[in-house]
Design a binder for this molecule. Sequence first.
Ligand SMILES: Nc1ncnc2c1ncn2[C@@H]1O[C@H](COP(=O)(O)OP(=O)(O)O)[C@@H](O)[C@H]1O
Ligand SMILES: [Mg+2]
Length: 263
Amino acid sequence: MENLIEIKGVRHAYKTDAGPLPVLDGLEIAVPEGGFVAVVGPSGCGKSTLTRLIAGLMKPDHGEVWLHGERVKGPRSTVGMAFQNPVLLEWRSILKNVLLPLEIVPSKLSKKEAEDRARFLLSLVGLEGFEDKRPSELSGGMRQRASLCRALIHQPEVLILDEPFGALDAFTREDLWQTMHKVKEREPFTGVLITHDLRESIFLADQVVVLSGRPAKTQYVLNVPRTRTPTLDDLYTPEAAEQLNILRHQIQVAQGRTTEDAA
Ligand SMILES: Nc1ncnc2c1ncn2[C@@H]1O[C@H](COP(=O)(O)OP(=O)(O)O)[C@@H](O)[C@H]1O
Ligand SMILES: [Mg+2]
């Protein structure tokens, strides 16, 4: 199988007191090994649900989720996740927060190797010297960097980022986009990024999937060809303007399908 992630004909409804709530209906996504897909779509359309399906935290009613040639049936340590709220434990140092997943799912690394790896990851994202600080001593952007290191500690095959930069100011966010490219060059992974920020999607991903309103299907796929690591200036080229125009239009179409959640 050439694709690392394959989502085929996925349909899912949540059971609620008011009856079934169809959330996903006809999801098709394929991400090659080392690829980076961004998923955009109206709020409430089922993006976080999709991340839980890929992570094996839940099973779809219909359809299949495949990861590296195996059908996903439960959670696995080859998937790392980071969220909008970094949820770091205040009573642990930054270093100990990054090491936490290894206490839950043991790895082959010795204690020394694990600590060296955590220190390496922290220096890669620019947090050298902050290893012994507490989360509250760091800025929001720095906490998000630490959360990224924690998601990477297991050397995951797949890194899932669910609106990780959504709560940050624009400049901090752009710094983190550049850090993401740096991290991906040193620590190769196959990425799934949920975002509301179309510029972020074309800066980071090589494929942008637009989901329709709920129940979500794959509405549109934009390929973002890359020959080199982008710079922020690349976001102001005619090519980027054209890509953003296409995506903006697709989002408007997607929002037209929903009645409740479109803000
Ligand atoms: N465990 C659940 N039980 C019932 N409804 C849920 C559950 N999780 C999410 N939902 C609903 O499913 C829809 C999609 O949720 P979600 O995947 O979080 O959307 P998104 O991340 O795109 O905003 C929303 O309407 C949400 O309220
Ligand atoms: Mg969500």
